[in-house]
Design a protein around this ligand. Sequence first.
Ligand code: C2O
Length: 500
Amino acid sequence: CHRSGAILPIVNKEIAPDGFTRPATLAWGTFPGPLIQGTKDAEFNINVIDLLSDKSLDLATSIHWHGLFQKHTNYADGPSFVTQCPLVPAESFLYDFKALDQAGTFWYHSHFRNQYCDGLRGALVIYDDNDPHKDLYDVDDEATVITLADWYHIFNERTSDTCVQFNSLNGKGHYPDGPLFYPSCYRFEMLHLISYRLRVVSISCDPSFFFSIDSHQLTVIEVDGISVQPLLIDSLQIFVGQRYSVVLNADQPVDNYWIRSLPDAPGRNFSNLNNLAVLHYAGAPEAHPTVDPTVNIPTSKLPLVETNLHPFTPSPVPGRPVPGGADINITLNVVLDFSVGKFKVNGVSFDPPTVPVLLQILSGAKNASELLPAGSIYGLEANKSVELTIPGGAIGGPHPVHLHGHAFHVVRSAGNSSYNFDDPVIRDVVSIGNTGDQVTIRFFTDNPGPWFFHCHIDWHLNAGFAIVFAEDVPTFRRRISRLMPGRNFALFNNFINITG
Ligand code: C2O
């Protein structure tokens, strides 16, 4: 078992990933942040230090390790005002957690307001020596992690739909109207006849991306940190926060090929140009591919269809879904109140409490009904199957919803009226689709603690599209009270009177 201790300083720095200089909020001063790597069951000790000083941006911060279940370590999950207070400048917080039984592709990002859109986001990979798909690829290293991101020329929040937005692949991109067009493309060096595990990570704030590589097919082997039965595709749509591992066989003629990532955010002014990188075979000319990158690959080619994804190993009982109703059934009706620009989930817009939910429990709240914000907390008893249904209709657009602390079975996905209880894909972000769609997910309450559930389009989270599941409060309360001595929960602005 490994222990990886590290410090992660959060700093302000001016960067110009697309040729336009702006201040950013960054982990270790880079965009995206450094790749964090570990091995299955490894122990992470990451000391995040808030060194922020630019008052035009947020000065507070907290970090979420997206996709890690944080079993026994809910306090290290990171969402501000749910499990902790945000750090303020000069404070630090030790995130110590284990990748218990988890391996695959994850990411980390600020979970304070819309701060990750200002740059505080990066990939996190947990390697597994016993990966069931090991035989399918030769190379799986830092160089094959691909982050897809959006980037903004204004700070902190989108003030209009017409602001400049561009997209980046591994932190490089093009700004269509600017002086740079393709010169800054990221280049992947590959050897002929070698196969690569590409880890495609959406660290986006808003658009999904259609990802593909000219002349090459891809085999999906992992979805959101869970191995799946191999599935051959030509292109995939990846929503905010999702991850896919795909195997690329470099078996085409030695040459240069475009790697494409086309942003899609209905109603929003993304450039609608492919964001590009180059796949360069060793020995190929030092040049861009000759294919016109503005001509899109035909969409009729094999796209990834979510219902074709099946876990490699069936999930263990009792977490496995069974037909015929769960122990707890919840419908989440989401509307957008245009008059105030707020989302409401079952009538309530999430407004962060001044005392984080975890600290409310530590301070004496004994059950979910005592927790704030009222109307946004859903109490869940231990060891129950929970079925969530989210109609996609009323709010338009494919909203990618994310659950902390769990992965869930997608028993009914967007575009389907039928259920699959046998071998549905298990993941931690799913698009709820468009008008007429009814997405249904199942998870099992085996992880006590307050867990955030929200739309991962970051503007929507800030506009109230969120709830908190308070899972097994009595057990959580006992555990967290034991842990309390000596632990710094980063008390912020409010003095919390701990009554035990
Ligand atoms: Cu990746 Cu609550 O977020």
